[in-house]
Design a protein around this ligand. Structure first.
Ligand code: NAP
Length: 290
């Protein structure tokens, strides 16, 4: 089996790496990672540097916060590009700018390495249950090589197209998710003010046309006021920025996306960036206090 090096063991990366390990792949992680011990207990190898990891592994996966973090790990000093072996496969599963994904694919190709952008949807729950949706950009042969590893982490795995196509799809996903959270938050705030029982409202709406996973999971979070992440608001704001940049690039006015991005800015200004993105509700509650 191919040896997998996994960099970025956060809310998503840790369960994803554990699921790869559970599927029987040899996994290597970095000793500076907060979750290194958990992975070691599951049988992963621990190394001290990106250099060692890249030298020892056949497939290298990153799951990091933002484009600059991936750029740093890939092309910064002592980064993946310096030591990755020709014939290896590089897969970035973070949500980053499509343009950065395309640049990385070019840089890797110059080293004789195939690259895939393979962002995910499904959240922490999907990462733990190995039921993520995975949207993939890059060459078909590289996709086929990665498929058994993707199948250890997800269920709905689609090769979208050229390098960057996975990230463009993910930006579209985040626009829909962000605007739906705002819709649920507005509906709940209005209904609560009108004296409606939100639990009963959620129950009946889940059987109708407004049904969505966001109404289900984030509606529940809003009722229970459980804003522990999950998906951090500051990361979703980063995704809305990526979407707005794509809108500018292709001259598509993304007015709803822009408004929800502004709501997210207000949430960050409230100091709520580390909370789950369902905490977008708190911006409205702050405004409607009186
Ligand atoms: P997170 O919990 O903040 O984890 C990110 C991990 O990346 C950290 O735990 C750390 O791992 C590593 N890291 C952070 N800053 C770094 C840097 N500057 N350089 C190198 N490594 C760094 O974030 P997450 O929620 O797992 O999200 C990761 C990516 O998945 C993001 O792009 C996010 O948008 C996307 N995503 C998240 C969700 C979700 O529901 N959370 C869903 C879909 C997609 P170590 O401790 O191992 O060093």
């Amino acid at each position: 089996m191919e040896k997998i090096g996994f960099i970025g063991l956060g809310i998503m990366g840790k369960p994803m790496a554990l699921n790869i390990r559970k599927a029987g792949f040899p996994v290597t992680v970095l000793n500076q990672s907060k979750a290194a011990n958990t992975l070691a207990e599951a049988g992963a190898d621990i190394v001290a540097s990106v250099k060692e990891l890249a030298e020892q592994c056949d497939i290298i996966i990153t799951m990091l916060p933002d484009s600059p973090d991936v750029e740093q790990v890939v092309s910064g000093p002592d980064g993946v590009l310096e030591s990755i072996r020709p014939g290896s496969l590089f897969i970035d599963m973070s949500t980053i700018a499509p343009s950065t994904a395309r640049t990385i694919a070019r840089q890797m190709q110059e080293k004789g390495v195939e690259a895939l952008d393979a962002p995910v949807s499904g959240g922490q729950v999907g990462a733990e249950a190995a039921s993520l949706s995975i949207m993939v950009g890059g060459r078909e042969a590289a996709f086929q090589r990665a498929l058994p590893v993707f199948q250890a982490m997800g269920k709905n795995i689609v090769h979208i197209g050229e390098p960057g196509a996975g990230q463009t799809t993910k930006a579209a996903n985040q626009m829909i998710v962000g605007m739906t959270i705002q819709a649920v938050a507005e509906a709940f705030t209005m209904a609560r003010k009108a004296g409606v029982d939100l639990e009963k409202m959620r129950e009946v709406l889940l059987g109708g046309f407004a049904q969505s996973r966001i109404l289900d999971l984030h509606g529940k979070r809003m009722i229970e006021r459980n804003f522990a992440p999950g998906f951090k608001l500051k990361l979703h704001k980063k995704d809305m920025r990526i979407a707005l940049q794509a809108g500018e690039e292709f001259a598509v006015p993304l007015r709803g996306t822009a408004q929800v991005a502004a709501q997210m800015d207000a949430a960050l200004a409230q100091g709520n960036g580390e909370l789950d993105h369902s905490a977008l509700l708190l911006v409205l509650e702050q405004e409607y206090k009186n």
